[in-house]
Design a protein around this ligand. Structure first.
Ligand code: NAD
Length: 264
């Protein structure tokens, strides 16, 4: 199947590791031109060098939780060309009891997980609508529809992102621009490794046993009973960004192995 992504310009935020980096790789395999983003110049340069053999790769350092740095990122992208697909992937998740999360931490979650997508969408959605083409994909989480007590600020931020996605799809109604969210489930990444280490500690359990028993004990509804791979999530994102997915709009696409026991 030709996804018709050749030479399309794509930004994946937080793409120096994990799902973001795998998404960049998957886009490059389809011939798209990819902008790598991360907070550290060193990591951005390293990933750009690593992936450059696969196609056209740009690197722009910016902390997308900070407005000024995001504005700078937007200007630099405009200098490169028209953005065809925006993947708002940046997100943080930390285990902490609800009563211990400070106001500052709540606002920090909002800046990183929600405002990053708000600011970039505000800049690029009108331009996409003007050109009558484009894709925005927000990486939410199954935690956005299945609240976890140890991850409440994270879950709230992801619910917001799902609502943002549907709302923006309504804004773009009648155009060829689509806006969707992707809801991964447990996917093995650096960020997830830190999360599960903290969760095991919180539960007073030995890490290896906790990781092995995670699905049996903590995620019994998972149909696949395993962690998803970053490639599985990445390929879903890339498909949604393709011409083939033109009729998928305003959707919240789960890639959680069936953890959510709903028909829809
Ligand atoms: P990760 O922590 O492994 O990677 C995140 C990347 O984002 C890193 O490269 C990091 O440097 C970058 N980043 C973080 N803050 C940034 C900022 N302010 N500005 C720019 N870059 C920044 O995470 P991951 O597991 O790959 O998760 C990616 C997305 O998928 C997140 O939004 C996460 O919430 C979501 N998600 C992950 C899982 C999972 O199990 N891994 C499950 C559901 C949803």
């Amino acid at each position: 199947m030709d996804l018709q992504l050749k030479d399309k310009l794509v930004l994946v935020t937080g793409s120096t590791s994990g799902i973001g980096k795998a998404t960049a790789v998957s886009f490059l395999k389809e011939g798209a031109k990819v902008i790598i983003n991360g907070r550290s110049e060193e990591n951005v340069t390293k990933v750009v060098e690593e992936l450059s053999t696969m196609g056209t790769v740009y690197g722009i350092r910016a902390d997308v939780s900070i407005k000024e740095e995001t504005d700078d990122l937007i200007s630099k992208i405009d200098e490169i060309g028209d953005l065809d697909a925006l993947v708002n992937n940046t997100g943080v998740f930390t285990v902490k009891p609800f009563t211990e999360v400070t106001d500052e931490e709540w606002l920090e979650y909002y800046q990183i997980n929600v405002m990053s997508a708000v600011r970039l969408s505000r800049a690029f959605l009108p331009k996409m609508m003007e050109r009558n083409q484009g894709r925005i994909i927000n990486i939410a989480s199954e935690a956005g529809i299945k609240p976890y007590p140890e991850l409440i600020p994270y879950g709230v931020s992801k619910t917001a992102l799902i609502t943002l996605s549907r709302g923006l799809a309504e804004v773009a109604k009648g155009t060829n621009v689509t806006v969707n969210s992707v809801l991964p489930g447990p996917t093995w990444t650096e960020g997830f490794g830190t999360f599960i280490t903290d969760l095991a500690k919180e539960n007073g359990q030995e890490l290896d046993a906790f990781i092995t028993d995670y699905f049996k004990k903590d995620q019994p509804t998972s149909l696949i009973q395993r962690y998803a791979t970053v490639e599985e999530v990445a390929d879903t994102i890339v498909f949604l960004a393709s011409e083939k997915a033109s009729a998928i709009n305003g959707a919240a696409q789960k890639v959680e192995g069936g953890i959510i026991q709903h028909i829809l």
